[in-house]
Write a protein that binds this ligand. Structure first.
Ligand code: MF3
Ligand code: CO
Length: 253
């Protein structure tokens, strides 16, 4: 069931999403060779709490295995998403996806970006750029008159010419009083399919794009998703609301 939000609820989701956006920019400013993902996690947690938010991922449970231990998901190179912050030291040439969720006033915001560590290869640079652009293609397709499948299709159509792998096992989602609500938003699919996009919907769109195969594995930690061929992956996410018929990005400064 897709929950349509009131103006006031969207304001709350916007407040949480704004903290997410600021946290991401803060973390990004600290990404350099030599920093650990756990240090980034601490920076994020302090900032969120000092803004009276609650880190949404910390303690989040999939219903089995360990609850997610971090404030951020930090996913390096072949790690696609859900990387657990650790003593891993970032090094020149890495790319790191940082994913942040915040709860405040009972409502969630959720966003992610991928950042270069020092100097990276052209291959990685293009993967990041194209993944971010695909997110904006999806956002443009999120308007009244379209269906959820039009978002998925816009992302797929944009990515396909590059030959990248579109992760099929994970997807975007509704956001509100819960971090994950209906509908599911795949990053590939048929145009003019799925639920109609309506005024007051709030959703997180999050393409996860691999340089090589779309296939992924889960590590033994129960969380970290990695590419099957160990090639790098990029991830960008925004929380948006459908206002006046089109998408407003809530998770931007
Ligand atoms: N943006 C991701 C998602 O929507 C982050 C979830 S991390 C988790 O699934 F720890 F909360 F699972
Ligand atoms: Co999400």
């Amino acid at each position: 069931m897709i929950i349509i939000k009131t103006k006031k609820e969207i304001d709350y989701i916007k407040e949480s999403s704004l903290i997410v956006a600021k946290t991401l920019q803060l973390c990004k400013s600290y990404v350099k060779p030599g920093i650990t993902t756990l240090e980034l996690d601490a920076i994020a947690e302090d900032f969120i709490r000092s803004n009276n938010g609650i880190p949404a991922f910390k303690g989040y449970s999939q219903g089995y295995g360990i609850p997610f231990p971090g404030t951020i998901c930090s996913s390096v190179n072949e790690e696609v998403v859900h990387g657990i912050p650790s003593n891993r030291v970032l090094k020149n040439g890495d790319i790191i996806s940082i994913d942040v969720g915040v709860k405040k006033n009972g409502y969630f915001g959720d966003a992610a970006l991928t950042v270069a560590v020092g100097e990276i290869s052209e291959e990685k640079k293009q993967l990041m750029e194209i993944t971010e652009k695909s997110l904006y293609k999806g956002i443009e397709a999120a308007c009244v008159g379209n269906r959820i499948g039009d978002i998925s299709n816009a992302i797929e159509k944009f990515i396909n010419p590059y030959g990248y792998g579109i992760v099929r096992d994970l997807c975007g989602h509704g956001v509100g009083k819960h971090l994950h609500e209906d509908p599911q938003i795949m990053n590939f699919g048929k145009a003019n399919s799925g639920p109609e996009i309506k005024e007051g919907m709030t959703i997180a769109i999050e393409p996860m794009i691999n340089l090589g195969t779309w296939r992924v594995n889960v590590l033994d930690d129960g969380w970290t998703i990695v590419t099957k061929d160990n090639q790098p992956s990029a991830h960008f996410e925004h929380t948006i609301a459908i206002i006046n018929g089109k998408a407003e990005i809530l998770s931007k400064i």
